[in-house]
Design a protein around this ligand. Sequence first.
Ligand code: GLA
Length: 386
Amino acid sequence: MDEERFIKKFEEVFRATPEIISSAPGRINIIGEHTDYNQGYVLPAAIHMSIQFLAGRRDDDRVHIWAENFGDESSFSSRNIPTLRKHHWDSYIKGIFWILEKNGFSPGGINGLVWGDIPIGSGLSSSAALEVSVINGLDMLFQLGIAPMEKAKLSQQAENDFVGMKCGLMDQFISVFGEDNTAIFLDCLSFDFENIPLNLNKYDLEFMVYDSRVKRELSRSEYNTRRSESADADLYLRSFGLPGYRGTTLDMLKMQKDQMDLVLYRRARHVISENERVQKAKQALQNDDFLTLGQLLFQSHVSLRDDYEVSCPELDLLYEFGLEFSGCLGSRLTGAGFGGSGIALVKKKDADVFIREILDLAQKKGYRIPRVFPVKIDKGASTSIL
Ligand code: GLA
């Protein structure tokens, strides 16, 4: 339905017919936060919200993109794109052309139309979804023959080196590899992964997203700071002869406490403890043990709030309310933090009351009214010829 409407729009804007449609989802991360760029473990799941990309080849090198959500057009050459680092919605698309060229691929000019229903800047990975929808679309249009994991990695590199956000692989990975009713356990050192069925329906549970609608001004630079702090902490551990995050236990870390800078110590404690929680969460899901999973979500939030310092009062509210509300098994911030979204594992029968009460609470506190809604755990990206 939507598709037909947008094909019409494409034809109106470009006086040409689109050849392909590409779709890539956003995600929630169940657990494993700020671990991906530390060669740790993550456990994300793709959701029903996505970015859609309609495109057709042109005879020249120009790229013309219409972004329906912004009512805005961007036009640039598909080659020699300057890395301006100016943040704009089209940076993610330019970044894909840029990284493809850098890696020896040469997609030509296109007309493209993008739209989507992932709230932008909400921490549900609208940018990764945009990157993945575009790289998949170009791969199909120009028969580039790029393997799925390579697409995720190239998209991540575009975001790291073109957009300037030093993110890990999680968001692009799950957008490519997501599956219906499935979380994916990814080892960010070996890039091995394992599908973990999410039997939420069987137990009448659902994941609720709480989009705080808050975005800290400096979130990108703060993210990059966390990334370098945790890399420093890892180096520090190695300088004591310890094996770094993957081999150091919490007890081993504790023994270094007096020698280490306190901030670096806390960053390391988050990464090491979060990796342990991801492994426990994986096991809990394999046993359909949602009570344990819920406890791990709460613990993860505390660690992100106190040790990694990426929470904010609005997301702490979700955690605190989740602890009190009997129909909620666990809640925590999801994604980078600094505003953005949280998730709560909630009994379906209590979902309406959960939403009503947390909205009331946010209002009483004078916070921006959040968006709170259940998510369907959905499949990863797909592309088809029209
Ligand atoms: C953002 C990044 C991911 C990951 C999370 C935090 O979503 O894009 O790579 O680091 O933050 O876990």
